[in-house]
Design a binder for this molecule. Structure first.
Ligand SMILES: Nc1nc2c(c(=O)[nH]1)N[C@H]1C(S)=C(S)[C@@H](COP(=O)(O)OP(=O)(O)OC[C@H]3O[C@@H](n4cnc5c(=O)[nH]c(N)nc54)[C@H](O)[C@@H]3O)O[C@H]1N2
Ligand SMILES: Nc1nc2c(c(=O)[nH]1)N[C@H]1C(S)=C(S)[C@@H](COP(=O)(O)OP(=O)(O)OC[C@H]3O[C@@H](n4cnc5c(=O)[nH]c(N)nc54)[C@H](O)[C@@H]3O)O[C@H]1N2
Ligand code: SF4
Ligand SMILES: [Mo]
Length: 726
């Protein structure tokens, strides 16, 4: 270390594991990152992405100033010009065409930034639009819907108690590459190994023999898209063999009898052929689950982004409930984060409603106030009252992450009057914007996990102030979003602190707390004051000062039971068999008889990649982090493909070409392409990514296939044909 280098702590914002990092900083440049061994939660764990924090922070392709389109060309502009442009363009559009004329897309990094947690709700309130789209309908919306229906709270998502469980049934997740999702657990791989070491068992359900599956005692190579059938059969076995024992939950359940009747015909024998597995495996899995002293069933992307995503997500929890494992140590529990609303007394709540309004063009029901991202393009391009004319994208890249990006790109380019992107890169989506507002590199931002702490396997709280001060011309993303909130209301010159003051006053009023509390808040920024308030009003009564005094975090203990207090259903009970689920079951029954005629496509993630935006970091590229079509040797032989040959893949939405990678890690009948590739488009500034651009797997999708209850796009189990490239 040279004499002017120093270290600073920073929680990693790059995936849901939230590892504590120790950054090495020379001047204002991050030159290294290692795991913080004293972090109360991550205890020094780090992965290659966290270790590349410096490369990401210093990426020369990052935008340093706002861009504003003038005469068709994006040019560097001042912040004032950028916000003035927005204030001049958005309000007249909303005035003339109504609030729905402004659409919003919120992308994944919003769960990883302070700004993304605190300001989008204010932006949506300021706009009053129902044209709200997020990455959730490409991801976990089925889980929100199942939680909304079961517990009356779409945010109440149980997480597997990884440190204490004796048996984990893991479905459609590959935490050895993803580091976990809807289950915040630094060193998820280490926790799986520890489970095995203490004599516990791991079952993995995945059509691919992933690195996670290789760790397992049992790998069920299910046929893609059939998990809901498999899970229904597990439930059926538990009930038929009288292995169901909800224990302490028994007094809190509604709809048990109806559930038992509804799954009676989903026997292992009935589902086995559709699932591509044998009835004995299913029975054995159910018996093991029931026999374990404690167990957790956990489903992720492969169980969500499929045709029966909500049913599968619901059945995951039903299994936890029926085996008495929901809400008990070693099972699946509900975290209680330091910024959650303080618990209210148990009793009936407002419940959860689906479909309170519908999308204009296809009539898709809203879920959790959102419309399906797969329907964004049609809402922009279809004429009529309520058409989206202006779009605000915060931390999203739907051109690559959503179905049929070519169509969306045409919609953005040809049908929008105005588009704003808050994004550090000129990427496949932001290249279409009229105004691009770049947040500073992550070393300059404070970090707090508002969202992910409520999904963490241990209650804990940590705060990182900015590691490096803002440099000339940089603006904190919280200030950017606060000014955006003002600008969409036509105001571009008011102090952004007014937005935070209003939010504080509103939060105090809603909590019934004295307004004078506002005067006691500490914090150098509006965002810090709001964090301080949430901590003070939260269940542990903490303060920002306490967090600052504990830079490695405060451990708040293992997860604890929260039923019935947490329930917000109208009955005040867990509604095991809600009406929307019952209404969707006939569709599942139909799937018993269907078999794919040919190959089906699934996705995959690579440890050194992150959705669509980390292919620009040179140190993370190469090796197996490549955009290849994985195909089983038998299928390759049938298609006439040798390893490395260019394969042509065609589906409802289009055709792409990628090199074939022959591997028996995919089950026969299944091919796999990763998502987030397809770079190198004109007008983007991602010079490293453009060198080996890969192809956009989502171009194969036409956006019509959705899980109907949640509006989530079907991204896995998609029928494709594969031929050699001409
Ligand atoms: N086929 C297929 N498609 C998928 C998936 C799949 O498994 N298969 N996965 C889906 C899932 S789970 C998700 S979450 C979505 C993700 O979908 P999106 O959220 O639409 O896309 P990302 O690729 O995460 O792009 C994030 C954008 O945010 C920008 N960004 C990065 N850091 C910051 C920041 O600090 N502030 C701001 N304002 N912007 C930032 C990046 O430059 C990038 O443009 O993709 C989905 N698409
Ligand atoms: N390295 C890295 N880490 C990431 C991300 C990343 O892009 N790269 N993205 C982050 C995001 S936004 C998210 S949401 C999480 C996702 O975290 P995970 O859910 O763990 O994501 P994947 O690694 O895509 O694992 C999904 C698995 O489902 C399998 N699968 C596909 N179809 C089916 C099916 O029908 N049934 C079953 N049972 N399995 C199926 C796939 O083969 C794959 O192994 O990862 C996060 N972490
Ligand atoms: S596992 Fe996730 S949070 Fe931890 S260092 Fe890697 S990318 Fe960062
Ligand atoms: Mo995601």
């Amino acid at each position: 270390m040279s004499h002017d280098s120093r270290t600073a702590l920073r929680i990693c914002p790059l995936c849901e594991a939230t590892c504590g990092l120790t950054l090495t900083i020379e001047g204002t440049t991050v030159t290294g990152a290692r795991g913080d061994r004293d972090d109360v939660f991550s205890r020094g764990f780090i992965c290659p992405k966290g270790a590349s924090f410096g490369g990401l922070d210093n990426d020369p392709d990052r935008l340093r100033t706002p861009l504003v389109r003038v005469d068709g060309v994006l040019r560097e502009a001042s912040w004032d010009e950028a916000f003035e442009t927005i204030a001049a363009r958005i309000p007249p559009l909303a005035e003339e065409h109504g609030a729905q004329a402004v659409g919003v897309y919120l992308g994944n990094p919003n769960v990883h930034t302070v700004a993304g947690a605190l300001y989008p709700p204010l932006l949506l309130a300021a706009l009053g639009t129902r044209n709200v789209f997020t990455a959730s309908t490409l991801d976990q919306m089925p889980k929100h819907v199942s939680s909304g229906l079961l517990y009356g709270d779409a945010q109440a998502i149980p997480v597997p108690d990884l440190d204490r469980t004796a048996h984990l049934l893991l479905i459609g997740a590959n935490p050895l590459e993803s580091n976990g999702s809807l289950c915040t657990a630094p060193d998820f791989p280490g926790k799986l190994k520890a489970l095995r070491r203490r004599g516990g068992t791991l079952t993995v359900v995945d059509p691919r023999r992933t690195r996670t599956a290789r760790l397992a005692d049992r790998h069920v190579a299910v046929r893609p898209g059939t998990d809901a059938l498999l899970l229904a059969a597990l439930v059926q076995v538990l009930i038929e063999e009288k292995l169901d024992e909800p224990g302490a939950l028994a007094g809190h359940l509604d709809g048990y009898g109806e559930l038992a009747d509804a799954v009676a015909d989903f026997t292992p024998e009935a589902v086995a052929a559709a699932c591509g597995t044998d009835p004995d495996t299913i029975r054995g899995t159910a018996r093991e689950l029931a026999a374990a002293p404690c167990a957790a069933v956990y489903g992720r992307i492969g169980s969500c982004t499929v045709e029966h995503g909500t049913l599968a997500s619901w059945l995951v929890d039903v299994l936890n409930i029926l085996t008495g494992n929901l809400d008990r140590p070693g099972g699946a529990l509900f975290p209680l984060s330091a910024t959650a609303r303080a618990p209210r007394p148990a009793g009936p709540g407002k419940g959860f409603a689906l479909g309170r309004w519908r999308s204009r063009v296809s009539g898709h029901p809203e879920a959790k106030g959102e419309l399906p991202t797969a329907a964004l393009a049609e809402e922009i391009e279809t004429p009529g009252q309520g058409r989206i004319r202006a779009l605000i994208v915060v931390a999203g890249n739907p051109v690559l992450s959503a179905p049929d990006g070519d169509r969306l790109e045409r919609a953005l380019a040809e049908h929008l009057d105005f588009m704003v992107c808050v994004d550090p890169y000129l990427g496949e989506t932001s290249r279409h914007a009229d105004v691009v507002l770049p947040p500073p590199p992550p070393s300059r931002s404070a970090h707090f996990d508002f969202a992910l702490n409520s999904l963490a396997v241990r209650n804990q709280v940590r705060y990182s102030p900015p590691a490096v001060p803002l440099q000339d011309g940089e603006k904190d993303e919280s200030e950017i979003l606060a000014r955006l909130v003002l600008a969409v209301g036509g105001v571009h010159d008011a102090p952004p602190g007014a937005v935070d003051d209003a939010a504080v006053a509103d939060a105090l009023a809603r909590a019934g707390a004295p307004a004078s509390l506002a005067g006691e808040l500490t914090g150098r920024t509006g965002a810090e004051r709001r964090l301080d308030l949430m901590l003070r009003l939260g269940p542990y009564g903490l303060t920002l000062e306490q967090l600052l005094a504990h830079p490695h975090g405060i451990d708040l203990g293992p997860l604890e039971p929260r039923v019935p207090q947490l329930l917000k259903t109208r009955s005040g009970r867990i509604e095991l068999f809600p009406a929307p689920i019952a209404a969707d079951l006939p569709r599942l029954r139909e799937a018993l008889g269907t078999r794919p005629a040919g190959l089906v496509l699934v996705g995959r993630r690579h440890l050194r990649s992150n959705n669509s935006w980390m292919h620009n970091i040179a140190s993370l590229r190469g090796g197996s982090n490549v955009c290849t079509l994985q195909i089983h040797p038998e299928d390759a032989a049938r298609a006439g493909l040798a390893d490395g040959d260019r394969a042509r893949i065609t589906a409802a939405g289009g055709t792409v070409e990628a090199p074939a990678e022959l591997t028996d890690s995919v089950r026969p009948g299944v091919v796999s392409l990763p998502h987030g590739w397809g770079h190198g488009r004109p007008g983007t500034r991602l010079s490293v990514a453009a060198r080996e651009p890969g192809v956009n797997v989502n171009q194969l999708l036409d956006g019509t296939l959705l899980d109907p209850l949640s509006g989530t796009a079907v991204l896995n189990a998609v029928p494709v044909t594969v031929t050699p490239s001409a």
